[in-house]
Design a protein around this ligand. Structure first.
Ligand code: 6R9
Length: 665
């Protein structure tokens, strides 16, 4: 990520369209402090805006930190909140989801569109809940792994699961069989729901075949297969695998399944995410706290109204899709767009044609996408009428001021409210962002803005004291918040160790950040071995394990390096076992191996062969030095380095490959 080291503190942006929400940073800070003064009352009032089957008796149980519990005694149901509530009102016939598939005709128009009203959703969610319950015996607390593309059946089956108190574990459809198997295994999933395949950049991805490979390692009771493409050659195992449409045959059109009134702390979902070491962590979220957080941030950050057309471009396989494609927008009764395919298929204006076709007013996307479109050029968005857009926010990684300005000017016509919303899988919802649904303090290109109401955020120095404005430190959250994760699935100790041990009694996010004079936060990037590749979160440790699992590899070290579009990309330094020769053939093979083990997003941008890796005298790989080599940065302190020749060798390997790449250009 190339970011100006001098923060552009002085570039404030305020436009006419948002003058009515204007607030000065000083007044915002005052308002924000007030929300923290009587913090529990504040969060109780927010929670009363959603419907509870049984009201909560206590807002926050902090008797056993860091295992905080929210809205004790309360009972509710996410499926009820997302669909049943709306069908009792005029929203019954309002469009909930405008879906379009990837394929287009000769004129570039989508050949597959589906429009589901809240009533349609209500019907389908009930029918699928009925099927899960009566045909497959799914009960409260069972885990269901969902390995599905971006089709309406994904939110439908999630809501159906939550309706009966089951716990979803969605696995991104870009992950490989091995990654899927690990996640099914860790969650001990009872069933897997998948599709025969889907369209991606004009090609068919056969999902069920990947599921079958995963299931060679971890058995499950049943697999339900949605026929997205009607692929006749889909392998089906008798007695285990069922076509969705066949399993639904016996389900009455008007099937109704009573929504289970689950406890506020009942887990709703597990989502696996990467950390510094070890296998991916199953981040566990509750029901009540998450619902309140999702609902409140939809209102504050996205200012959603009934006439809006909302589009969050994230895949549901990541947390952004969980909170801001599935739960949040449906809870507030929004009309939202869902798109199956690649952003630049068949041409770089696909997204802008979608914005124009549906009249999208609120767009939530990623810096990587913005940078990709910047590279394609302004002429693509200029071909379409984007004048409906009134809010555009980004998420997933720091947004460089240049990308923010492009988004604001070219896409937003200098009239949108635009923030870079900071949060993470662990937080369940947005924590730091401008909140144009309440007030809008002046925007600054590249900042995350001030913390949202009710969230106490700070930047700490290494010794655990608040860093003064302008000084880089670690981002922390000083008080529990409703959408917070509850634990790591099956590993509560790791939860305490990872997030609550670096500093006493505060949540450690793992990000570097700076606070400015106005109280705005600027998140700079990860402080650990996690990288964000095109906004996708990966652990360098996972890539290293994947490389080492190849027969030729002895050792490997993976680091993230800046990339003009993807933000960061992984590069790998590899030592080989006796009898293996470095070369392009092997390089190709190792890349394919990483793709097959984790998924295409994890493929290293470059692989360097070396005979030794830089290590400390105690044998720890010094990734910091490799990153310095690959970014032409100063090496810094090398006193603990065991063998300087290793760094020289890495440098040489790096320069040789660069010369070779240049030679090909
Ligand atoms: C929502 C999501 C979390 C990590 C987080 C940080 C980075 C996310 C950001 C941002 C700067 C933003 N991140 N949003 N950095 N500005 N607006 O992305 O969750 O996949 O768990 O990643 O992403 O580094 O720690 P997740």
């Amino acid at each position: 990520m190339q970011r100006e080291t001098e923060l552009p503190f002085d570039t404030y942006v305020m436009n006419e369209k948002w003058q009515h929400r204007y607030i000065s940073p000083v007044d915002y800070a005052k308002f924000h402090r007030q929300t923290l003064q009587d913090f529990e009352t504040f969060w109780a009032n927010v929670a009363r805006e959603i419907e509870w089957f049984k009201p909560f008796e206590k807002v926050l149980d902090d008797s056993n930190p860091p295992f905080y519990k929210w809205y004790i005694g309360g009972r509710l149901n996410l499926s009820y909140l997302a669909v049943d509530r709306h069908v009792k009102t005029w929203r019954k016939n309002k469009v909930a989801i405008e879906w379009e598939g990837e394929p287009v005709d000769e004129d570039g128009n989508p050949t597959e569109r589906r429009r589901l009203t809240y009533y349609d959703l209500y019907r389908e969610v009930n029918r699928v809940a009925y099927m899960l319950k009566s045909n497959f015996g799914v009960k409260k607390g069972d885990r269901i792994t969902l390995y599905l593309p971006m089709i309406p059946e994904l939110p439908i089956v999630m809501l159906a699961a939550w309706r009966i108190g089951a716990i979803t574990s969605v696995v991104f459809s870009g992950f490989s069989a091995e990654a899927l198997a690990d996640r099914i295994n860790d969650a001990r999933a009872k069933i897997v729901v998948t599709a025969d395949g889907f369209w991606r950049r004009g090609r068919v991805v056969k999902l069920k075949e990947i599921v079958d490979m995963a299931l060679e390692k971890v058995p499950v009771e049943n697999v339900i297969v949605y026929s997205r493409l009607g692929l006749k050659d889909t392998p089906m195992t008798e007695g285990r695998d069922y076509w969705w449409h066949k399993a639904m045959r016996g389900v009455p059109i008007n099937a109704y399944v009573e929504p289970e009134p689950v406890e506020s702390e009942h887990p709703s979902f597990i989502l696996y995410t990467s950390g510094t070491t070890g296998k991916p962590k199953g981040i566990v979220h509750d029901t009540g706290g998450w619902a309140v957080h999702a609902y409140a941030t939809m209102k504050w950050v996205f200012d959603v109204r009934d006439e809006d057309i909302y589009w969050c471009t994230a895949d549901i396989g990541w947390v952004t899709g969980h909170t801001y494609v599935v739960l949040g927008p449906l809870m507030v009764g929004a009309t939202e767009v869902m798109y199956e395919g690649a952003p630049d298929y068949p041409q770089p204006d696909r997204w802008w044609s979608i914005v124009e076709r549906y009249g999208v007013t609120i767009l939530y996307t990623s810096p990587t996408a913005i940078r990709m479109f910047m590279r394609y050029g302004e002429e693509w968005p200029r071909r379409h009428d984007l004048s409906t857009l009134r809010i555009i926010h980004s998420v997933g990684e720091p947004i460089n001021p240049e990308a923010w300005r492009w988004m604001y000017r070219v896409l937003g016509g200098e009239k949108t409210a635009s923030a870079s919303t900071w949060w993470m899988t662990e937080t369940g919802g947005i924590v730091i962002s401008h909140a144009p649904g309440l007030y809008l303090a002046p925007m600054k290109p590249g900042t995350n803005g001030p913390p949202l109401p009710g969230f106490e955020v700070d930047v700490f120095t290494e010794d655990g004291t608040p860093a003064p404005p302008g000084v880089k430190g670690y981002l922390v959250i000083k008080r529990p918040w409703p959408g917070m994760m509850h634990t790591i699935w099956g590993d509560p100790e790791r939860y305490v160790k990872t997030y609550w041990s670096k500093f006493p009694n505060v949540f450690y996010a793992g990000d570097y950040a700076i606070k400015d004079q106005d109280g705005y936060i600027w998140v700079l990037g990860r402080a650990d071995e996690v990288i964000k590749v095109a906004g996708h979160r990966l652990g360098t440790y996972e890539l290293e394990s994947a490389l080492i699992s190849h027969k030729a590899v002895a050792e490997s070290a993976v680091v993230g390096v800046p990339d003009p579009i993807k933000g960061e990309v992984p590069i790998a330094f590899v030592t080989l076992k006796q009898g293996y020769q470095p070369g392009d053939e092997l390089r190709k093979e190792l890349r394919a191996h990483v793709r097959a083990t984790i998924g295409p997003v994890a493929e290293p941008a470059q692989i360097f062969f070396v005979t030794k890796l830089p290590k400390t005298r105690s044998g720890k790989i010094m990734r910091r030095l490799l990153r310095a080599v690959a970014t032409n940065a100063p090496l810094g302190d090398v006193t603990t380095l065991e063998d300087e020749a290793s760094v020289e060798e890495a440098k040489k390997a790096y320069e040789e490959l660069r010369a070779e790449v240049r030679g090909h250009e």
